[in-house]
Design a protein around this ligand. Structure first.
Ligand code: PNS
Length: 159
């Protein structure tokens, strides 16, 4: 059984994340989408809210499940018996940070391999922070996030 973990903050999940998760699900037997803590970020949504939005958005993928976990990503990988981490890579801006994280994770556990999927070109500019900013300004979000996520953002931002 080839298991992969797609980790992230998912604050909230975007169509760019879903594109990467769907492509990972086509390559691995099981994909675990994991909400973990990024100490550099202060999330808009609680972990429980982010998990609900992920679960709603992943229903069409039978070999994918979402979890929330504390601690290190490689510890979760070990607990889940996953030997692959899959992350999306957008042009330029992601590379330095993702490369550093990949190297740290390899130092922590060399049995866990990091795979990068190039973001699809229609989502290469998309990020959760852009989506949150658009929602704060009541701008349209169509095509950027799943409908349930758009509804939550509108509620949270009063738009
Ligand atoms: O979507 P993000 O914010 O880029 O995801 C980053 C995340 C949450 C995957 C990363 O911060 C993470 O792996 N956090 C868990 C703690 C950990 O394992 N850190 C790496 C070694 S310092």
């Amino acid at each position: 059984m080839r298991k992969a973990i797609c980790p992230g903050s998912f604050d909230p999940v975007t169509n760019g994340h879903l594109d990467v998760i769907e492509r990972a699900a086509a390559q691995f037997d099981e994909v675990i989408v994991a909400i973990l803590t990024n100490p550099r970020k202060s999330p808009l949504f609680t972990a429980a809210e982010r998990l609900e939005m992920l679960e709603d958005s992943l229903r069409h993928l039978p070999n994918v499940r979402a979890v929330h976990a504390e601690g290190l990503l490689v510890e979760l990988a070990r607990r889940e018996g996953a030997r692959a981490i899959v992350k999306g890579l957008r042009p330029i801006q992601d590379f330095e940070y993702e490369w550093q994280m990949g190297m740290v994770n390899r130092e922590l556990d060399s049995a866990v391999e990091t795979f990068f999927l190039m973001s699809s070109k229609e989502y290469s500019y998309l990020s959760s922070s852009i989506v949150r900013e658009l929602a704060a300004h009541h701008a349209k979000l169509e095509g950027l996030v799943p409908p349930g996520v758009e509804r939550r953002l509108r509620e949270r931002c009063g738009s």
